[in-house]
Ligand binder design. Structure first.
Ligand code: TTP
Ligand code: MG
Length: 410
């Protein structure tokens, strides 16, 4: 049997990006405390600070007034976005020369799925050195790199290695690597979560990961599980290629055109649950829900609704779909040939930890519990009352009902 290679992820992030671009263009700025963000004492905040400026306590987000008080000798630059965009494009092009499995996260940051690339570069460590060298030679910029078995650990590693760093976390060492770090180093822990954790006497990631899951859930609801997994270095998010999954949808054509409302609702519920499961599996949330209907005469319509908050909840997706369906059916008398539901305007679901209210947390908890059971026993192992009706409509396999066109548009 051929064993599947274990995933290796690289996270790469340029050091003091905006400032470094300025220093490349103007060598007089090199080795000095430099701030990009605006005039000293102005009303804005620091966008980027050179490491020399950071030695004075300056950091991104700090009011410029405070920055100029702490470091009066710092050089303040307004900055110009086109320069940074240009450098970013050249940076991403270098990465793309090394491998196609590349997910840009921001202008100066990307995840790379480097699984199996040791056979080309000798080791992933060597590959990272080669990437860093090319970025330095061609752009004059320093990049810091983290290598690990998953995204979250690779990101923490690259952060920790800065500046001009390279840090590899061996497989199996994820927990012990994270353990001594302060909780704020864990991506997804916002100020509010940090405050609550510190109030509980939890100051390090190691202390967080020995908290019983049930206790974390009682404090943070479903987000408690995300915290628990992150603290333990468990993260199964994949490297998503650019343009991938701008929207996720599922649709099906009925064997026989139908006007039967309960049949349409049951199908919508099922398709909505497939969309929700896919969305959660990708670690995403959506802001927009779209219903698609094709009538007997092949006229096709889509109706969309933008939600007040992003969601990955089956219930919210379904409820929105039902509203759109009711509106559409009231205007059209023909039977329906095809029905579909999709979500778009996708964002990463991380970093939402502080924003969930308790009913949303309960809903998320339920969705995740259902996902786990379905992952283990097949999609139809759990069915909501409404979708049971589908047994008479669609052929059922272990994978779920046989529907025609799952789609993930780019
Ligand atoms: P970061 O990678 O977060 O920061 P950085 O590259 O300046 O420093 P580090 O060495 O720690 O990676 O962000 C990249 C650029 O994004 C940064 O140079 C400026 C811009 N930015 C802002 O405009 N505002 C902000 O609050 C932050 C954090 C970044
Ligand atoms: Mg950076």
């Amino acid at each position: 049997m051929i064993e599947k290679a274990k995933t290796t992820i690289m996270h790469i992030d340029l050091d003091a990006f905006f400032v470094s671009v300025e220093q490349v263009l103007n060598p007089e700025l090199r080795g000095k405390p430099v701030v990009v963000g605006g005039r000293p004492g102005g009303r804005g905040v620091v966008a980027a600070a050179s490491y020399e400026a950071r030695a004075f306590g300056l950091h991104a987000g700090m009011p410029l007034k405070t920055a100029s008080r702490l470091c009066p000798q710092a050089i303040f630059i307004e900055g110009s976005f086109p320069k940074y965009r240009d450098a970013s494009q050249r940076f991403m092009a270098i990465l793309a020369d090394f491998l196609p499995f590349l997910e840009p996260v921001s202008l100066d940051e990307a995840y790379l799925d480097v699984t199996g690339f040791e056979s080309i570069y000798g080791s992933i460590h060597q590959m990272a050195i080669a990437i860093k060298q090319r970025v330095k030679d061609e752009l004059g910029l320093c990049a810091s790199v983290g290598i690990a078995s998953c995204k979250i650990v690779a990101k923490v590693a690259s952060e920790l290695s800065k500046p001009d760093g390279l840090l590899e976390v061996a497989r199996g060492e994820e927990r012990s690597f994270l353990a001594p770090l302060p909780i704020a180093k864990l991506p997804g822990i916002g100020k509010k979560t940090e405050r609550i954790l510190r109030g509980l006497g939890i100051n390090t990631i190691g202390r967080l990961c020995i908290m019983p899951l049930a206790a974390l859930k009682s404090h943070f609801g479903a987000s408690g599980e995300v915290l628990y997994r992150s603290a333990n270095g468990i993260d199964d998010r994949k490297v998503e290629l650019p343009g991938a999954a701008k929207s996720i949808s599922r649709e099906t054509t009925f064997g026989k055109d139908t006007k039967d409302r309960s049949r349409l609702m049951a199908t919508l519920r099922y398709l909505g649950e497939r969309v929700g499961a896919d969305l959660r599996g990708r670690g995403k949330q959506a802001k927009c829900v779209t219903l698609k209907l094709r009538y007997a005469d092949f006229t096709t319509i889509t109706r969309s609704h933008t939600l007040p908050q992003t969601t990955d909840s089956d219930q919210v997706i379904f409820d929105t779909g039902v509203k759109l369906l009711s509106g559409a059916l009231s205007l059209e008398k023909q039977p329906v040939r095809l029905i579909g539901i999709g979500v778009s305007s996708l964002v990463e679901s991380g970093g939402q930890l502080d924003m969930l209210d308790s009913s949303a947390q309960r809903q998320e908890q339920l969705n995740r519990a259902i996902d786990r059971i379905r992952h283990k026993y097949g999609f139809t192992a759990i069915q909501t009352g409404r979708t049971l009706l589908l047994k008479d409509i669609f052929p059922e396999t272990e994978e779920g009902y046989t529907i025609h066109t799952p789609s993930l548009s780019r």
